[in-house]
Design a protein around this ligand. Structure first.
Ligand code: C2E
Ligand code: MG
Ligand code: MG
Length: 252
């Protein structure tokens, strides 16, 4: 797979989809998350779960991350008023000037840093945690939104919310889909309350049903992402979707 994936990165067999995030207060799409795909020539599209972990283990995550960053910033420069959220692997934090690199690619593509969001997963096992925290602080100070992704997937969730310099948390699908059980609802309430007490924004991802939406809204989530609103879209579909979808949010 190593040869095929490194060829894929240099031959542009990777592409990026963008999934809208809806602000409940503003009732509009305020951000999109960049989600990478691999389409081998003549083959089926490969989801990131089948190659991102391999890239992380085989020194390919830096070129892959750089490709997605460049591509997503170039696409996002066309979408005024939308923040672009990028998944950054824990391994990319081995790069000592990661924050500078992200900021310079965004700015070279004409993006304001306030239009950039970086997502790090809760289970991230940073090569050097202190150094990673310093990089995240630099990003935050420059106006980049820093999000703790897949909240609820690890066992030190609340501790991490406090320890890492984050602006927002993203509740993962496993938390969201358990909203109906009393244990699941209590956990959601607990985590959302903890995030709010720290002044953090709360995004719910993987929102599929109106019932999940109602519950998460009542619990205080301010942004939502999921199939209820939109699947991940091709770059050329994003603007059309943004322009035609306002009526839908009002109806929900
Ligand atoms: P993630 O960052 O938590 O992204 C959310 C995943 O949930 C995406 O899967 C998205 O397609 C899926 N999803 C969105 N709405 C729904 C929904 O309503 N229901 C359900 N069941 N799922 C939904 P995807 O695109 O397969 O990405 C999987 C993971 O791969 C991402 O999880 C992220 O951790 C990683 N990933 C994706 N792109 C990149 C990238 O460019 N770099 C790195 N390092 N990781 C990436
Ligand atoms: Mg993410
Ligand atoms: Mg996530």
């Amino acid at each position: 797979m190593h040869y095929a994936l490194s060829e894929a990165i240099s031959n542009s067999e990777l592409f990026v989809l963008y999934q809208p995030q809806v602000s409940l207060e503003e009732r509009r799409i305020v951000a999109v998350e960049a989600l990478v795909r691999w389409e081998p020539t003549g083959g089926e599209v490969v989801p990131p779960s089948d190659f991102v972990p391999f890239a992380e283990q085989n020194e390919l995550i830096d070129p892959l991350g750089a490709y997605v960053l460049e591509r997503a910033c170039r696409d996002a420069a066309k979408w005024q008023g939308l923040r672009i959220a990028l998944n950054i692997s824990q391994k990319q934090f081995a790069l000592p000037d990661l924050a500078d690199f992200i900021c310079s690619v965004a700015q070279e593509n004409g993006l304001k840093l306030s239009a950039v969001e970086v997502e790090v997963t809760e289970t991230a096992d940073f090569p050097d945690r202190t150094a990673a925290i310093d990089q995240l602080k630099i990003l935050q100070m420059r106006g980049v939104t820093v999000s703790l992704d897949d909240l609820g997937s690890g066992n030190a969730t609340k501790e991490l919310m406090e320890a890492l310099p984050v602006t927002r948390v993203k509740l993962g699908r496993p938390l969201v889909e358990n909203y109906q059980t009393s244990e699941g609802a209590a956990r959601l309430r607990d985590l959302i309350g903890a995030a709010q007490a720290l002044g953090l924004g709360v995004t719910a991802e993987g929102v599929e049903t109106k019932q999940e939406y109602d519950c998460l809204r009542a619990l205080g989530c301010d942004l939502m992402q999921g199939f209820l609103f939109s699947k991940p879209l091709r770059a050329e579909e994003v603007m059309d979707f943004v322009e035609t979808s306002h009526a839908k949010w009002r109806a929900i």
